[in-house]
Design a protein around this ligand. Structure first.
Ligand SMILES: *[C@@H]1O[C@H](CO)[C@@H](O)[C@H](O)[C@H]1NC(C)=O
Ligand SMILES: *[C@@H]1O[C@H](CO)[C@@H](O)[C@H](O)[C@H]1NC(C)=O
Ligand SMILES: *[C@@H]1O[C@H](CO)[C@@H](O)[C@H](O)[C@H]1NC(C)=O
Ligand SMILES: *[C@@H]1O[C@H](CO)[C@@H](O)[C@H](O)[C@H]1NC(C)=O
Ligand SMILES: *[C@@H]1O[C@H](CO)[C@@H](O)[C@H](O)[C@H]1NC(C)=O
Ligand SMILES: *[C@@H]1O[C@H](CO)[C@@H](O)[C@H](O)[C@H]1NC(C)=O
Ligand SMILES: *[C@@H]1O[C@H](CO)[C@@H](O)[C@H](O)[C@H]1NC(C)=O
Ligand SMILES: *[C@@H]1O[C@H](CO)[C@@H](O)[C@H](O)[C@H]1NC(C)=O
Ligand SMILES: *[C@@H]1O[C@H](CO)[C@@H](O)[C@H](O)[C@H]1NC(C)=O
Ligand SMILES: *[C@@H]1O[C@H](CO)[C@@H](O)[C@H](O)[C@H]1NC(C)=O
Ligand SMILES: *[C@@H]1O[C@H](CO)[C@@H](O)[C@H](O)[C@H]1NC(C)=O
Ligand SMILES: *[C@@H]1O[C@H](CO)[C@@H](O)[C@H](O)[C@H]1NC(C)=O
Length: 635
C-alpha cells in the first residue's frame, strides 16, 4: 500500500508540478511581451507566438527550479540603439542581473535610474561597450548592486558623490571612458569595494590616500591616466590586495610598504616616472613585476629576483647598473632586463637551472664575457635576446639544443668564429639576428633546413664563401640581410617568399645580375649596392610590382637605365657605364618620411611574431618589438 501511495504521489507530482509552477506570473509575462515588442532589433528573436514561455527566450533566465520569475536578462551585442526599453525592464521586480553590453546605447534614461533603483535584488548592471555620453548619473537606491560595469563608453566629467549611495558595490569598472578630475574615492559608503578599474581615462592628480579606506580591495587598475605624485605609503594597509596596476601615468616613488602585502601577486607600474633604487623586498610575495620604462637607477639588489613565486620580471628601459644577481627564482618564466647599464657576465649557471624560463631578454646593456655552453640547458627558451652587449668568443654549438627557440637575437656584440652548424637544429626558429659581429667562415648550407625562419640577418660580419645553393628552399623567409660581408660566387635562386628585403650589398659579388631575381614579385627592398655587378640593369626589375627601393650604386653596371615607376626609389650612382636617359632622375637617397613608415611586409612579420607569442602568452613582446622597431626607424 505504501508503495502504491508513493507511486501515486510520485507520478502525480511529476505531471502536475511543471504545469503549474513553471509559469511566470501573468504580470511578468505581459511585461516580457511588452519588452519584446519595444525592442526594435533584428539581433534577437523574442517572439511569443513562436515560444510562449519567455523563460525560454535567448538571454532570459528564470529562477530555478520553478522558473516562476525572471532573474536575468542579457541583451548583449544585439545592436540596440535606443534606450527607451530600459525603464520597462525595471518592472521585473525579481531581476538580479541586466547585461546590455556591446550595443549602441547613448544614454541611460532617468526613468531607468529611478525605477531600477528600487529593485533591491538587482546585483549586476553591465552597460559596457556602448556609446554612453555625458557625465556619470547619480545612482540613488540600487541597494543590492554589487557589479557595475560602465567600461568602454564615452562618459566624461569628474566623479564626486554619484556612486556613493551604492552601499553594496563590490566591483566597479569605469575603464576606457573620458573621465577627468581626481581619482574618485566616494565609491559606496559601506566600503565593501573589492575591484576598482579606472584605466584609460583622464584622471589626474595624486592617488588619494582615502583609497586605503576600502579594506577589501583586491584589484586596483589605474593604468593609462595622468596620475602623478608618489604612491601613498599607506597603500601597504590594503592587506587583501592581489593586483595593483599603475602603468602609464606620471607617478614617482614606489612605497616600501608594498612588501607588507602578502596577497599581492601582480604589481605593474611600467611607463611612469619612478626613479632611484628599487625598494628592497618589493618582490617578496609577487608573481609578476613590471617596472619597465621608468628612470630607476642603482643596482638590482641580490635578493630582488630570488623570491620563490616570482614568474615574470620586467625591468627593461631603466638606468639600472651593476651585475645581474645570481639568485634567481626557480619559477621564472620571463626575465627582461634590456636597455639598462648592466655589466659583468651573464649568470648562466644560475639561469641554466630554471626549468620554465621562456623569455630571456638582456639586450642593450654592457654585459661581457662569453656566451656560455650552459645556455644549452635552457631547453624551454622561446626567445633569447642578448643583442647590443659586449659578448665575445664564439657561438657555442650547444645553442642547437634550444629546440623551442623562436627568436635568437645576438646582434651588435663582439662574437667571433664560425656559425655552428647546430644552429640548424633550432627547427622552430623564426627570427635569427646575428648581425654586426665578427663571425667568419661560410654560411652553413644546413641553415636552409630552418623552414620556419622568417627573418635571417647575418649582416656586418666577416662571412666568406658563397650563399648556400639550397637557400631557395627556405619557404618562410621574408627578409634576408647578408650585406657587409665577404661573400662571393654565384647567387642562387632566392625564396620567392622574400618580401621585406633582400640585401646583398657590400660583398664581393660579380657578373650579371641573376635573372632568378625576376621571381621575387613580392619583394619591397632590393639592395645590391657596393659589389662588382656588371652588364645591364635587367628590364624585369620594372615588373617587380611590390618594389619600393632598388639600390644598385657602386657597381660596374652599364647600358641604358630602364624607366621606373615613381614610387620606386632607385639609386644607381657610382656606375660609370650607365647612360643617363631622359626621364630618370639623378640618383636619390631615400627620403626620411619613407623610412619612417612601416612596410606592409614588416607589418605582416610583426603580426606573425605577435601570433607566435600570443600562443606563448606574451603579446607584450610583440608589442614591444613593434615599439622598438618604430623607435629605431624614427631615429
Ligand atoms: C503592456 O503594454 C500594454 C499596452 O501598451 C499596457 O497597457 C500594459 O500596461 C503593459 N503592461 C505591462 C505589465 O507593462
Ligand atoms: C525600428 O527601426 C527602424 C530602422 O531600424 C526604424 O525605421 C523604425 O522607425 C523603428 N521603429 C520603432 C517603433 O522604433
Ligand atoms: C526551467 O527552465 C530551464 C531552461 O531555462 C529548463 O531546463 C528547466 O527544465 C525549467 N524548469 C522547469 C521546472 O520548468
Ligand atoms: C560585461 O560584459 C562584458 C562584455 O560582454 C564582459 O566582458 C564583462 O566581463 C562584463 N562585466 C561584468 C562585471 O560581468
Ligand atoms: C574624449 O574627449 C575628447 C575631447 O575632450 C574627444 O576628442 C575624444 O573623442 C573623446 N573620447 C571618447 C572615447 O569619447
Ligand atoms: C570590468 O572590471 C571588472 C572587475 O575587474 C571585470 O570583472 C569586468 O570583466 C571588466 N569589464 C570588461 C568589459 O572587461
Ligand atoms: C569586507 O568584507 C567582509 C566580508 O568579506 C565584510 O564583513 C566587511 O564588512 C567588508 N568591509 C570592510 C570595510 O572590511
Ligand atoms: C597631465 O598632467 C599634467 C600636469 O600634472 C599636465 O601638464 C598635462 O597636460 C596632462 N596631460 C594630459 C594628456 O592631460
Ligand atoms: C609592515 O608591517 C609591519 C607590521 O604591521 C609594520 O610594523 C611596518 O612598519 C610595515 N612596513 C611598512 C614598510 O609599511
Ligand atoms: C614549471 O611549470 C609547470 C607547469 O606550469 C609547473 O607545474 C611547475 O611547478 C613549474 N616549475 C617551477 C620550478 O616553477
Ligand atoms: C637585427 O639587428 C639589426 C641591427 O640592430 C636591426 O637593424 C634589425 O632590425 C634587426 N632585425 C630583427 C628582425 O631583429
Ligand atoms: C676566423 O677567425 C678566427 C679568429 O677569430 C681565426 O682563428 C680563424 O682562422 C678564422 N677562420 C676563417 C675560416 O677565416
Amino acid at each position: 500500500m505504501a508503495r502504491y501511495l508513493f507511486f501515486f504521489f510520485f507520478s502525480f507530482s511529476f505531471s502536475f508540478y511543471p504545469m503549474v509552477l513553471s509559469q511566470l506570473s501573468s504580470n511578468q509575462k505581459t511585461t516580457m511581451i511588452n519588452l519584446s515588442m519595444s525592442l526594435n532589433v533584428t539581433g534577437i528573436s523574442w517572439d511569443v507566438n513562436k515560444e510562449p514561455n519567455p523563460c525560454l527566450w535567448k538571454g532570459v533566465n528564470c529562477k530555478p527550479p520553478s522558473n516562476s520569475s525572471v532573474i536575468q536578462i542579457s541583451l548583449s551585442g544585439v545592436s540596440l540603439s535606443s534606450s527607451d526599453f530600459l525603464p520597462l525592464v525595471c518592472q521585473i521586480e525579481s531581476l538580479q542581473s541586466l547585461d546590455v553590453s556591446h550595443n549602441c546605447l547613448s544614454k541611460i534614461p532617468s526613468g531607468f535610474l529611478s525605477d531600477c533603483g528600487k529593485l533591491d535584488g538587482l546585483k549586476l548592471l553591465n552597460l559596457s561597450y556602448n556609446n554612453l555620453e555625458g557625465s556619470l548619473p547619480v545612482f540613488v537606491g540600487f541597494a543590492g548592486l554589487e557589479f557595475l560595469d560602465l567600461s568602454h563608453n564615452r562618459l566624461s566629467g569628474a566623479i564626486d558623490l554619484e556612486l556613493d549611495g551604492l552601499v553594496g558595490l563590490r566591483s566597479l569598472n569605469l575603464s576606457l571612458n573620458n573621465f577627468t578630475g581626481s581619482v574618485p574615492t566616494r565609491l559606496g559608503k559601506s566600503k565593501v569595494l573589492k575591484e576598482l578599474q579606472l584605466s584609460m581615462n583622464k584622471f589626474h592628480g595624486i592617488i588619494p590616500v582615502d583609497i586605503v579606506g576600502y579594506r577589501n580591495l583586491t584589484l586596483i587598475d589605474f593604468s593609462s591616466n595622468n596620475i602623478s605624485g608618489s604612491v601613498p605609503d599607506r597603500i601597504g594597509e590594503l592587506s587583501k590586495l592581489e593586483v595593483l596596476i599603475l602603468s602609464s601615468n606620471s607617478l614617482s616613488g614606489i612605497p616600501q610598504s608594498l612588501s607588507n602585502i602578502t596577497s599581492l601577486t601582480r604589481f605593474a607600474a611600467n611607463s611612469n616616472k619612478f626613479n632611484g633604487a628599487i625598494p628592497a623586498g618589493i618582490t617578496k610575495h609577487l608573481r609578476n613585476l613590471d617596472l619597465s620604462y621608468n628612470s630607476l637607477s642603482g643596482s638590482i639588489s641580490s635578493d630582488l629576483l630570488s623570491p620563490l613565486n616570482l614568474q615574470t620580471v620586467d625591468l627593461s628601459n631603466n638606468g639600472l647598473s651593476g651585475s645581474i644577481p645570481t639568485a634567481l627564482s626557480p619559477s621564472l618564466v620571463r626575465l627582461r632586463l634590456g636597455s639598462n647599464s648592466l655589466d659583468y657576465v651573464i649568470p648562466t649557471a644560475a639561469i641554466a637551472t630554471l626549468q620554465n624560463l621562456t623569455y630571456l631578454e638582456l639586450e642593450n646593456n654592457a654585459l661581457t664575457g662569453l656566451i656560455s655552453t650552459e645556455l644549452g640547458f635552457c631547453k624551454t627558451l622561446m626567445l633569447l635576446n642578448l643583442a647590443g652587449n659586449q659578448l665575445s668568443g664564439s657561438l657555442p654549438m650547444e645553442l642547437g639544443k634550444l629546440s623551442h627557440l623562436q627568436v635568437l637575437k645576438l646582434e651588435l656584440n663582439l662574437l667571433t668564429g664560425q656559425i655552428p652548424i647546430q644552429i640548424a637544429q633550432m627547427s622552430k626558429l623564426s627570427i635569427l639576428n646575428i648581425s654586426w659581429n665578427s663571425l667568419n667562415g661560410s654560411i652553413p648550407p644546413l641553415v636552409a633546413s630552418l623552414k620556419n625562419l622568417i627573418n635571417m640577418n647575418l649582416q656586418g660580419n666577416n662571412l666568406s664563401g658563397s650563399i648556400p645553393e639550397n637557400i631557395g628552399s627556405m619557404t618562410s623567409l621574408m627578409e634576408l640581410q647578408l650585406g657587409e660581408n665577404h661573400l662571393s660566387g654565384d647567387i642562387p635562386s632566392m625564396p620567392t617568399t622574400l618580401q621585406i628585403a633582400l640585401n646583398l650589398s657590400s660583398n664581393l659579388f660579380e657578373g650579371h645580375i641573376p635573372v632568378t631575381l625576376a621571381r621575387l614579385t613580392g619583394l619591397e627592398i632590393l639592395d645590391l649596392s657596393n659589389n662588382k655587378f656588371s652588364g645591364e640593369i635587367p628590364a624585369f626589375f620594372r615588373q617587380l610590382g611590390a618594389l619600393t627601393q632598388l639600390l644598385l650604386s657602386n657597381n660596374q653596371l652599364s647600358g641604358e637605365i630602364p624607366e621606373f615607376d615613381s614610387r620606386v626609389i632607385v639609386n644607381i650612382s657610382g656606375n660609370e657605364g650607365l647612360t643617363n636617359t631622359s626621364h630618370t632622375e639623378p640618383p636619390t637617397t631615400s627620403p626620411k618620411s619613407e623610412k619612417a613608415k612601416m612596410s606592409c611586409a614588416e607589418i605582416i612579420l610583426l603580426a606573425v611574431v605577435a601570433a607566435v607569442f600570443a600562443v606563448g602568452g606574451c603579446t607584450i613582446l610583440a608589442i614591444s618589438l613593434l615599439g622598438y622597431k618604430l623607435v629605431k626607424k624614427r631615429n
